[in-house]
Design a protein around this ligand. Sequence first.
Ligand code: MAN
Length: 145
Amino acid sequence: MTDYDILSSIINTVDTQKDTINKSMSEMNEWINNYNETITTFGLYSFYYDNENNKCYEKVIDKYKYTVCPLKDVKQDYTSLGSFDKWDNTTRSISYTQGKTCFGGLDRSATVHFECGIKDEILSVNEMSKCVYDIVFKTPNECFN
Ligand code: MAN
């Protein structure tokens, strides 16, 4: 083997590896683009649907334990504050309706607002008007927007 042969064999190997790396990089970019598109178009709905469908989060605030199951419902102890209604991509929130009927005839309802945070957790719950609840939920999923 001449020096030339050795050199061209090295160059060939490097070229092949470069092709392989470029190919996996373009696959990775495609995956990232799809992921970003899914998150911006369908928001947390798709994320929770794929990954967190069965997870619920709890927090005790004042005298009640609040439970948020993002794709299912929201509870104040055993009282339903509403069931999943819809995801709003503009306000980055999910509304929950038709909770347990409140004194006076109104059904309880809730809105969960998703904000960027280092882990998935309920941050706060406020009863905006009687039996209408506003919940702030922190999640890393909201940090990509
Ligand atoms: C319970 C809770 C309160 C709500 C009252 C209405 O005490 O669900 O949040 O204001 O009922 O009667």
